[in-house]
Ligand binder design. Structure first.
Ligand code: ADP
Ligand code: 5GP
Length: 200
């Protein structure tokens, strides 16, 4: 049965480990949606691999041309999901991961209520702080802004279908794989399969 690919939305506070989890998932049969952003590349980040790095003008042109499935302003930068890759992946039956923050996730929910919404949590706030400090990709000021933002984001957990606590990385990755497997067995996804069977 060739069915549409799933859209898996991963959100969670900065530093909770979304990127690390995604790196493991894409070793398997998952595609990752590459976002556009106006944030400056971190050391080691490549254009068109980690993000499509854009100027504010370029990003606003993408908005005007309706090229984005969703977009949001996060800590003073734009981030958004190009539509074309998602449409293509889903049509090809590939499961696609969108690693996006909560405002964007809610926009996706209004367009695709059947997407799977997973919220990644750190084990606790101290660990979140120490992961952000340990990652050493942001200045202290930006870390403070992101931690403040994390408190607001955590309030949004109810909007998500699943919570995954990223304490041991392997467990978190396994939990996401289990979620996806269970979602694929949902009865409503078998509508046309069963209809076809009954035709014979
Ligand atoms: P996010 O993408 O959510 O901002 P990252 O994936 O960049 O977070 O992770 C933040 C930091 O925490 C990184 O330095 C990463 O190596 C580390 N990290 C991620 N997951 C774990 C984990 N389960 N245990 C310990 N450290 C982790
Ligand atoms: P970072 O700057 O750490 O790469 O990302 C900051 C935040 O932006 C993270 O929460 C990340 O999930 C989110 N983000 C990345 N890409 C997108 C996107 O396309 N849309 C939205 N709404 N958020 C995104």
């Amino acid at each position: 049965m060739q069915s549409e690919g799933l859209k898996i939305i991963l959100s969670g506070p900065s530093g909770s480990g979304k990127g690390t989890i995604v790196k493991e998932l894409i070793k398997e049969d998952f595609r990752l949606s590459i976002s556009a952003t106006t944030r400056k590349p971190r050391i080691g980040e490549e254009n068109e691999v980690h993000y499509f790095f854009k100027t504010v003008e370029e990003f606003e042109e993408m908005i005007e041309k309706d090229e984005l499935l969703e977009y949001a302003n996060f800590c003073n930068n734009y981030y958004g999901t190009p539509k074309s890759f998602i449409d293509k992946s889903v049509e090809e039956g590939k499961d696609v991961i969108l690693e996006i923050e909560v405002q964007g996730a809610m926009q996706v929910k209004s367009v695709y209520p059947d997407a799977i919404f997973v919220f990644i949590m750190p084990p606790n706030f101290e660990e979140l702080k120490s992961r952000l400090i340990g990652r050493a990709t942001e200045t202290d000021d930006v870390i403070e802004v992101r931690l403040k933002r994390a408190e607001d984001e955590l309030q949004m957990y109810r909007e998500y279908d699943y919570i995954v606590i990223n304490d041991r990385l392997e467990d978190a990755v396994d939990h996401i794989k289990q979620i996806v497997q269970a979602e694929k067995l949902k009865s409503y996804r078998y509508k046309s399969y069963i209809e076809n069977m009954l035709k014979k």
